[in-house]
Design a protein around this ligand. Structure first.
Ligand code: ADP
Ligand code: MG
Length: 845
């Protein structure tokens, strides 16, 4: 059963046309709907994208550095942005395939309908024509039959009237014969026509019509195949549960899982750590009793005939108030014990504290008065006689002493005085705003910055005009070649390099995740200009545009025109990369040999000369502030050259990750070495190690370098167990260095008390650490203050405790340790003295 047999009638034909019209309409509806869907998906995606961009802006604030929640939020925003991008992609595909195909199908469908209709009309016309032919012939037949009948009756009439002759009869006969002939002829024609038409009609009906309908069915079915395919595509591009979406979703889930409430504030605490709150001292003002000729003494209760009655009644009063307060407190505790309290509700705690405080105040006063009265005993008081009892009022009672916070009030004062002297000292340059930016007060200005070689003869542009491949976003591709391009060298380093007016260099910086090229010029201070990119991908400052940054800088240098009219800065001498600034690509990282605070440490090879080196890398993801800190070590190390100090080979700041390249010290960390070789290590070797470390430290002290993190873990062991001081990550080039930006990750057990308590660092603090280092060497890698927490160790040291001598330590060495651990820094030996002692000892052995 198909179109060809079932749809031959006129009604079917009408229905088929109606069906096609409806399908065409459906296609139009589909096209309209999908176009709108594409549009709204795109709008949705773009709204989501801008929303995530806003979301990311919020978390970029300084205060949230290190926050896992913020990190997770950033990842979630990224993921949602990815989702938006996918949705947009799908909308694009929907438009370019589905909507397009539906439009084509719609066109074809209309064309096909038209052709069908034309064909059908033609066929109907054919049938009509056949019918018309037959009926025309029949009419003619009827007409001739009428004529024949008339002629015959006329002839018969004459024949009877006139007999068998006459002219009239002949005439009538002839007409009759003629009509008869015509009738016969028409009859024959009619017979022939009917045969032919039947044949023709049969052909049209049984061959042509079924074939037309069959073709229509095939066309219709093919349309449906295409249509189905289009709907299939539509379903595909509406699927938001594909692998890609699921992946994004998994990533978001991971971001949430990475939030660790316990670790959320770890960095924050490290960064913002301050000293424990110091007590407020309430001190008796001794001026008050100057004129009482010893009758009234500071901090002592006066018990005499003038006060005794008052004291007694006061005591009774106090005791009764005390009782009431105690009862109140108990009642309040009982009433609170069963009611649930929100963690945010401090009111109950506050009320309890208030009552406890009141109770203590009353108790304390009562105790003191009672003490004074007891001392007096039951004796009657001689009238007119003053008795002053030695009862302290402000000293805390002995029982509480253990629980009180160590008293730092006086020290705070002293520390402030020291700070003041420091600031006023004529030897030290006053800190500039920049110096104190990080809360660090620099006591000594930095040594004269080494003036980099100025090579005016060097044409700063090697690439010439052949650098137009520096397209947008890749503006530094050819720049790497330029000696005056310093990569991601931090601004501080840049400022140090630009000494004379007109000195300039180009560097790279990242702002809001976007890489920017910056021209830094020494001109009335230091000016930093961001290279602007035009929509065509050209570069400019204020003046003309150039296809490459090199050409732009060349123009700026050759023209002698100011970079911007406001700054007036003119480029005079390009500052070329220092020999320390290696190319990242010159270093081939091999094996990982350690892990530092900023990133992994690798054994590596320099392409030039194939030298084996150690490379400290800085994690790409660390904030700029941390990267600067990481490079600090390189800046410090590059000035030193001593066999017992690890040598710097260079820094790589052309691109990320930034790296510090050092001589490789094959034995690794001293701590690991000590622990590994604990069974075989000799006293001679131990003394040698102490001597090496002392030599290195003596050298550092002479250079006014404070290491601040001297410990066995930060020393390295080289050939023939030579010890080298390493890890200058916390070092400062200062005679005295005051920390006020929180004490992040301070190695408490190695740090001198004055550094812990007042943030004051000098080489004498390193001496303290050196004492602990000696202890580590002689305990063969033992843990100092084992069994004590950091704060316990700190408290015990403040109370005078010192570690005992490790087994087998020569007495002289232990005595030296104790001298290094003198509480007062001034009493500790300097490194040259230490070196002499250790040297003499090791020679004597
Ligand atoms: P961090 O500053 O950031 O603590 P360290 O300087 O302590 O990093 O280095 C971490 C570890 O890497 C060391 O304990 C040591 O094992 C290894 N290491 C560092 N520098 C060198 C070097 N120059 N030669 C050999 N190993 C090294
Ligand atoms: Mg270290």
């Amino acid at each position: 059963m198909g179109f060809s047999t079932s749809l031959q009638g006129q009604a079917s034909h009408e229905a088929l046309l109606g069906r096609q019209d409806a399908e065409i309409k459906l296609l139009e509806t589909m096209r309209r709907c999908l176009t709108n869907k594409v549009k709204s998906d795109r709008e949705y995606a773009s709204t989501i994208s801008s929303l995530t961009a806003q979301g990311k802006k919020v978390e970029r604030s300084e205060e949230l550095v290190g926050s896992l929640i913020a990190q997770s939020w950033r990842d979630i925003m990224d993921s949602i942005d990815q989702t938006a991008k996918l949705i947009k992609q799908q909308a694009d595909s929907m438009e370019s395939t589905v909507v397009e195909h539906i439009s084509n199908l719609h066109l074809e469908r209309r064309k096909a309908r038209k052709l069908y209709q034309e064909e059908q009309t033609w066929l109907n016309n054919q049938f009509q024509q056949l019918t018309d032919d037959v009926s025309r012939k029949k009419t003619e037949y009827q007409k001739n039959l009428e004529v024949y009948k008339l002629m015959r009756s006329r002839f018969e009439e004459h024949y009877i009237k006139s007999g068998r002759g006459g002219r009239k009869l002949d005439e009538v006969r002839e007409k009759y014969q003629k009509a008869c002939r015509k009738l016969h002829l028409t009859h024959n024609e009619y017979v022939l026509l009917l045969g032919a038409v039947t044949e023709c009609e049969n052909d049209l009906r049984t061959c042509y019509l079924p074939s037309l309908l069959q073709r229509q069915q095939a066309i219709h079915q093919e349309f449906i195949v295409t249509w189905k395919g289009i709907l299939q595509e539509m379903v595909k591009y509406s699927d938001f549960t594909t692998e890609k979406f699921l992946e994004i979703h998994t990533r978001m889930q991971k971001a949430v899982d990475s939030i660790k409430p316990i670790e959320e504030y770890k960095d924050f605490i490290g960064k913002h750590r301050t000293r424990q709150a110091s007590p407020i001292r309430f001190v008796f003002d001794e001026n008050l009793v100057d004129d009482t000729s010893g009758k009234l003494l500071p901090n002592k209760l006066t018990v005499d005939n003038l006060t005794i009655d008052w004291l007694r009644s006061r005591l009774t009063e106090l005791e009764s108030s005390l009782k009431t307060t105690q009862q109140n407190r108990q009642a309040s505790q009982e009433s609170n014990s069963d009611s649930k309290m929100s963690i945010l509700d401090y009111s109950r705690e506050r009320e309890e504290l208030r009552l406890r405080c009141q109770e203590k105040k009353l108790q304390r006063q009562a105790d003191v008065i009672r003490g004074a009265l007891n001392e007096l005993g039951c004796e009657e008081l001689p009238s007119g006689c003053d008795l002053s009892m030695e009862v302290s009022f402000t000293e805390p009672p002995v029982i509480n002493k253990r629980n009180t916070v160590p008293d730092n009030g006086l020290f705070t004062l002293r520390r402030n005085q020291r700070l003041m002297t420091l600031l006023r000292s004529p030897f030290k340059s006053l800190p500039s705003i920049n110096d104190t930016k990080n809360g660090v007060i620099r006591a000594r200005s930095e040594g004269p910055a080494s003036k980099p070689v100025n090579a005016p003869s060097v044409v700063p542009l090697r690439g010439g005009s052949n650098t137009s491949n520096n397209q947008k976003g890749n503006g530094n591709a050819g720049l790497m070649e330029e000696e005056w391009f310093h990569g991601v060298l931090p601004r501080e380093e840049v400022v140090r390099l630009l000494v004379n007016e007109g000195d300039y260099l180009v560097r790279e910086t990242t702002r809001n995740d976007e890489c920017q090229i910056v021209l830094s010029v020494c001109w009335d201070g230091h000016k930093h200009f961001i290279v602007q990119t035009t929509p065509e991908g050209h570069y400019r400052f204020e003046g003309p545009t150039f296809p490459s940054i090199q050409e732009l800088i060349m123009h700026q240098w050759q023209s002698g025109l100011p970079v911007t009219s406001r700054s007036g800065a003119i480029l005079k001498s390009p500052i070329l990369r220092e020999r320390w600034e290696l190319n990242n690509d010159d270093v081939i990282l091999l094996d990982k040999i350690g892990r530092g605070n900023f990133g992994d440490v690798y054994k590596a090879q320099l392409k030039t000369g194939k030298t084996e080196v150690a490379v400290k890398t800085c994690k790409v993801t660390l904030p700029d502030e941390q990267k600067k800190k990481f490079l600090q070590e390189g800046r410090i190390l590059k000035q030193y050259d001593h066999p017992n100090i690890v040598k710097l080979i260079g820094i790589c700041v052309q691109k990320q990750p930034i790296m510090i390249v050092m001589e490789i010290v094959p034995g690794g960390s001293l701590l690991t070495y000590l622990r590994k070789n604990a069974g075989t290590i000799t006293q001679r070797e131990q003394l040698r190690m102490c001597k090496d470390a002392a030599a290195g430290m003596r050298y550092l002290e002479s250079k006014y370098c404070i290491h601040r993190d001297l410990a066995a873990r930060n020393c390295l062991v080289g050939y023939e167990s030579i010890v080298k001081i390493s890890d200058f990550g916390m070092s400062r080039e200062e005679e005295e260095y005051i920390v006020s930006d929180g004490m992040k990750q301070i190695p408490i057990k190695w740090t001198a008390p004055e550094a812990l308590n007042f943030g004051k660092y000098t080489s004498l603090c390193d001496v303290w650490s050196y004492g602990v280092l000696m202890w580590e060497i002689f305990s063969k890698g033992g843990n100092p203050y084992s069994g004590m927490s950091n704060s316990q160790a700190r408290e015990k040291i403040d109370a005078g405790y010192r570690m005992p001598s490790p087994e087998g330590t020569p007495d002289e060495i232990y005595r030296l340790m104790l001298r290094c651990w003198e509480y007062e820094p001034e009493k500790r030996p300097h490194f040259d003295q230490i070196y002499t002692v250790v040297d003499t000892l090791s020679q004597a052995l």
